[in-house]
Unconditional design. Structure first.
Length: 118
């Protein structure tokens, strides 16, 4: 059985503008959290089984775009397998605040970031 997409993240140099864009386009609601450096959780309004997401301010050059996070059973194993397949580790495994689990980010062979979430 395959691993499900569990989360999406949109990173922008103009996060307020991007939040407004997606809210107007799709009817999403977002609210930036100052304690999380302006990170905004996204409520797509699609119900409790919908994939959730967030909109993040850019942290540095080249980090803007959309990435998906895929649920994995073994975070370190997923990062190691990605490396065997030619990926670079962009963000090593780390704990999420609030007990939301652990994530890592790797690049696919074209350089696209892909999040792993356990």
């Amino acid at each position: 059985m395959g691993q499900p997409v569990a989360y999406f993240e949109i990173t922008s140099t103009a996060p307020e503008k991007i939040r407004d864009f997606y809210s107007e386009l799709f009817g999403w609601t977002t609210e930036a959290d100052p304690s999380m450096e302006g990170y905004a959780m996204v409520d797509t309004g699609a119900g409790p089984d919908a994939i959730s997401g967030g909109i993040s301010p850019s942290q540095g050059p080249g980090d803007t775009g959309v990435k998906i996070y895929v649920r994995v059973e073994d975070l370190e194993g997923g990062v190691a397998k990605a490396a065997e397949l030619g990926a670079d580790t962009l963000l090593p495994p780390m704990e999420l605040p609030g007990g939301y689990g652990r994530i890592a980010v790797v690049s696919d062979p074209d350089g696209n970031p892909v999040g792993l979430w356990a």
